[in-house]
Design a protein around this ligand. Structure first.
Ligand code: ATP
Ligand code: MG
Length: 419
């Protein structure tokens, strides 16, 4: 029979790698705890409308990349391409904004986008995201950015560049869009078909187009940062001041845009110099219009999405050792039928005490049992046979050092090193 393969753009996390993901997620959770962010878990699928409104129907994500299907009830459903829209939906549905503000949330989720798989780009991928609702203080912008930087620092990453920009408020953008459209009008005929539709609906999206010929056309386009109002300028100055205060280095990159009405003021991205084309590990920004766009009262918000595959690729490229590879504490080798029964009981007893204990389940001889214990990386081994059972004692061997000591059989746990 032909074997069924995994879908293109998906991948398996095998036992030899699973602990790496655990470590990254554990670190993310610890950083979030230290910054006062609480975890939220949201569904994998939502009504398509949520993403059309919450991500924006002029974005690549909504126009080209969503996994959308009709369910048996005739409803249009979409696998989440990102986490912000679902989080806002949940926050509104459960009236979390009626509580003490700001509401600070994080999530660790899989996301689904139907785009061309390549290095650092998958169809099922993982994101660590955070969102903070209710504060328009520029200091929370800096806090969000510093959380990402702290996360990277704890993982031991180097070679990351933080780029920030301000895209102003809807008033700034109205002025800017006018200037941009005047500039683009002369180039209209050479834009890609998608960008032609963006020209009227949302010209700023054209600046973000992945088509290289559009990229060339917009090279000398007017810069949004030159058009922002006094209040937005003050906010941006506050963000920069706070980053300086925290000793976080940044570049101003006027090319970062999030061409959606509800994105406001601060936008940022963090790039890794260890990755090729897909080098953006983290992207985020302020979205003061989003909660209202999804049916809530006007509420400021800010967050980021951080791609965990690209993060892990960076860690691997930098040779960062990831701790926590699970190994059994002890392997119990058995010699003879009586010892087998005894071994079964010993491992059961150790496991009850929270010690990872393994024995042979393949009917192997002693030498093969030892070899297997070594292969699975057991920290200790004991060998039990008739003599050991009778004496109530056995030799405990520390595999790495090769050291052996005689111990009392039913006190094994007392001799094992912690951890
Ligand atoms: P890109 O420009 O690489 O397509 P994006 O702007 O679509 O990224 P966001 O929607 O801001 O990305 O998502 C946040 C982060 O999620 C990205 O910075 C990236 O690290 C990660 N990411 C996005 N799409 C993918 C994907 N298809 N596979 C793996 N990681 C992804
Ligand atoms: Mg993308």
């Amino acid at each position: 029979m032909e074997k069924i393969k995994a879908l293109k753009g998906t991948y398996d996390i095998l036992p030899e790698d699973a602990y790496k993901w655990d470590y990254i997620e554990k670190t993310a959770k610890e950083v979030c705890r230290d910054f006062g962010f609480d975890e939220i878990k949201i569904p994998v699928f939502e009504y398509t409308d949520l993403f059309a409104r919450g991500v924006g129907d002029t974005t690549d994500v909504v126009q080209k990349e969503m996994y959308t299907f009709t369910d048996k009830g005739g409803r249009s459903i979409t696998l989440r391409p990102e986490g912000t829209a679902g989080t806002v939906r949940s926050v509104l549905e459960h009236s979390l904004l009626a509580g003490a503000l700001p509401i600070k949330l994080f999530y660790l989720i899989t996301c689904y986008r139907n785009e061309k798989p390549q290095a650092g780009r998958y169809r099922e991928f993982r994101q660590f995201g955070i969102e903070a609702f209710g504060s328009s203080d520029f200091r929370i912008d800096a806090e969000i950015i510093s959380l990402a930087m702290e996360f990277f620092a704890r993982l031991g990453l180097k070679g990351l560049t933080l780029n920030i920009n301000s895209i102003g408020c809807p008033e700034c953008r109205a002025k800017y869009n006018k200037a941009l459209k005047e500039f683009l009008a002369q180039k209209y005929d050479n834009l890609c078909p998608t960008c032609k539709t963006r020209f009227d609906k949302n010209p700023m999206r054209i600046l973000d187009c992945k088509d290289p010929s559009c990229g060339e056309l917009v090279k000398d386009a007017p810069v949004l940062l030159d058009y922002i109002c006094d209040e937005c300028q003050e906010h941006f100055a506050g963000v920069k001041h706070t980053l300086d205060l925290l000793g976080i280095e940044y570049n101003i990159d006027t090319g970062i845009v999030r061409g959606l009405d509800y994105y406001t003021k601060t936008v940022f991205e963090i790039k890794s110099d260890s990755l090729g084309a897909q080098s953006t590990v983290c992207g985020g920004g302020r979205y003061d219009g989003l909660v209202e766009q999804l049916g809530g009262h006007p509420t400021p918000g800010i967050g980021f999405g951080l791609g965990l595959e690209r993060l892990l690729l960076t860690m691997q490229a930098q040779g960062i050792e990831i701790p926590g590879k699970p190994k059994p504490k002890i392997f119990v080798c058995e010699l003879g039928d009586k010892a087998v029964d005894y071994g079964v009981k010993i491992v059961a007893d150790l496991r009850k005490k929270g010690i990872s204990a393994v024995r042979d389940c393949m009917g192997r001889g002693l030498k093969a049992q030892m070899k297997y214990a070594d292969k699975i990386g057991a920290e200790y081994t004991i060998v039990i046979g008739d003599n050991e059972i009778e004496a109530g004692k056995c030799a405990l061997k520390h595999m790495e050092s090769g050291e052996s000591q005689e111990i009392i059989l039913n006190e094994i746990d007392k001799y094992l090193r912690k951890g």
